[in-house]
Design a protein around this ligand. Structure first.
Ligand SMILES: Cc1cc2nc3c(=O)[nH]c(=O)nc-3n(C[C@H](O)[C@H](O)[C@H](O)COP(=O)(O)OP(=O)(O)OC[C@H]3O[C@@H](n4cnc5c(N)ncnc54)[C@H](O)[C@@H]3O)c2cc1C
Length: 469
């Protein structure tokens, strides 16, 4: 008898996973709480765009959606850092200035994935089905639908229903299940910068950041030439602004170059919701009951904060890994899901930590001259030692190296760099001693360093704006 497979959640992971499974000949029913988004449209003020990078693109490639997605995305080659006193500086993401992350509408990406899964034989989509309860002992799923409660049954349940997963609740109180959710004191609120005279009001080739120490704002471009701003503020900061006058005054003070770009700033601010940001960790991700097996996938297993732009990229990797494990185990679900969770857990923990660390970098460290100097030094090393010295940002965003390997790789690189720096300092000391003793200093090493430092070798954007480094 073939297994009945149910996916809960037709978000980014649920749709991709449905297509991958159906392509293997596995029939799958996907239950989504929302109405069909093709009829309903996006939710106001909820993460309108996402940055998709190498990992996400590789996963989309598996279902033939890479090119379509890129054609609907805007590349961002670096960060544009906006100072409070005015002025902006561009910092390329990669040493050669050529690599970009891609700003794409979450709704469009979800729809492309949805349509792809609908076209794939073996996928059945059920909208307006909100999971209320999963009974692990019987394999029964109970849904709330406009027509009243509906029951379904499955042998394999794949929970792709996001950070607040209803399916996960079925195992929350099981013996041996560990679960933690760490909310940031910061939440997020989205605001829109419309086009100005038909053009982007800010450079569309960058992810804009307004770092303000304890908090920040970012903006990503959209295809319709608007930009979506996201404020990352503490709950106290949000609560402190009650009147239009207070809101406008705060923006004029903290984001003076943006205050006039949002026509109904106070209205949008007061209307749009504040979302919460949490890191969710749990284990195990796979549970066997008498009636069914449950596996947690994407945000349901490991929601992370958005500061590395990796949540969706990482969720896509989960789906590809399940598909790969089914391949390796010749379709044995028990073995495949066991391998899936083993392979993915450490990687997801690693990106969760890096995402938290990147928040401090984005809202604070990017402002510091020391940080800018060290980024410039790293990019210099990347150009001097291509493939051997690669920055953390590049490893995360522009490669598919398992996340868990990245911290160790950074430590190795940094140790080698420190040793080299110590060696250079020692050599410089000897050189200085030689100069003092009257010897000719020679031009070799210093000459090379100086010449290369003045020739950044960056791509289009880096060459034009490398001075911002
Ligand atoms: C502000 C912000 C910015 C972000 N930026 C980026 C970025 O730049 N790059 C990036 O890679 N990631 C980003 N992310 C993270 C990314 O959005 C998530 O990691 C990703 O959407 C996870 O995909 P998922 O399919 O696991 O969950 P979701 O996308 O949350 O999908 C879950 C689906 O399940 C459905 N569902 C929920 N409950 C039920 C239920 N009871 N019954 C049935 N269906 C249900 C939901 O309606 C939804 O369709 C960002 C997140 C936030 C909050």
């Amino acid at each position: 008898m073939t297994d009945r497979v149910a996916i809960v959640g037709a978000g980014l992971a649920g749709c991709l996973l449905a297509t991958l499974l159906a392509r293997r000949g596995i029939e799958v029913t996907v239950y989504e709480r929302r109405d069909d988004p093709r009829d309903a449209g996006p939710e106001r003020g909820r993460s309108i765009n996402l940055a998709i990078s190498a990992r996400g693109l590789q996963a989309l490639d598996q279902v033939g959606l890479r090119e379509l997605s890129l054609s609907r995305a805007l590349p961002m080659h670096g960060r544009m850092v906006h100072a409070q006193a005015g002025g902006q500086s561009f910092r390329p993401y990669s040493a050669d200035g050529a690599h970009a992350i891609n700003s794409i509408s979450r709704t469009e990406l979800n729809m492309a994935l949805l349509e792809d899964s609908e076209r794939t034989r073996g996928v059945c989509l059920r909208f307006a089905h909100r999971l209320r309860e999963l009974d692990m002992t019987t394999g029964e799923l109970w849904f709330e639908t406009p027509a009243g409660p509906r029951r379904a049954a499955a042998d394999i349940v794949l929970a792709c229903d996001g950070a607040h997963s209803a399916a996960r609740r079925a195992v929350t109180f099981r013996m041996g299940f560990t679960f933690s959710q760490d909310y940031l004191e910061h939440g997020y609120k989205e605001l829109a910068i419309p086009p100005r005279n038909g053009q982007f009001a800010l450079d569309p080739d960058a992810l804009h950041i307004w770092p303000r120490g304890g908090s920040m704002m970012i903006a990503l471009p959209n295809l319709d030439r608007s930009l979506t701003c996201t404020l990352f503020w503490t709950g106290e900061e949000f609560a402190a602004l009650r009147t239009p006058a207070e809101i406008v005054a705060r923006f004029r003070e903290a984001y003076p170059d943006v205050a006039d770009l949002i026509p109904d700033l106070a209205g949008d601010y007061l209307h749009n919701p504040v979302g919460s940001l949490a890191t969710i960790r749990c284990w195990p991700w796979v549970h066997h009951g008498e009636g069914c097996t449950l596996a947690l996938v994407g945000d349901a297993a490991h929601a992370i904060v958005p500061f590395f732009g990796q949540g969706a990229n990482c969720a896509f990797e989960d789906c590809v890994e399940i598909d790969r494990c089914l391949d390796e185990t010749a379709g044995d679900w028990t073995a495949a899901l066991a391998a899936y969770q083993q392979h993915r857990k450490a990687n997801c923990d690693a990106i969760a930590d890096m995402a938290l660390d990147n928040f401090t970098e984005m809202r604070d460290r990017v402002n510091s001259p020391v940080f800018r100097a060290s980024t410039a030094a790293r990019h210099f090393l990347e150009r001097r030692l291509p493939g051997r010295y690669v920055s953390r940002y590049e490893l995360v965003s522009f490669t598919t190296m398992p996340y868990a390997q990245i911290p160790a790789r950074m430590r190795r690189q940094d140790r080698a760099t420190a040793l080299a720096a110590a060696g250079l300092t020692g050599a410089a000391g000897l050189l200085a001693a030689a100069v003092r003793a009257g010897a000719r200093p020679g031009t070799g090493r210093r000459g090379v360093l100086r010449r290369d430092a003045g020739r950044p070798g960056m791509g289009r954007r880096g060459a034009a704006r490398g001075a911002g480094q």
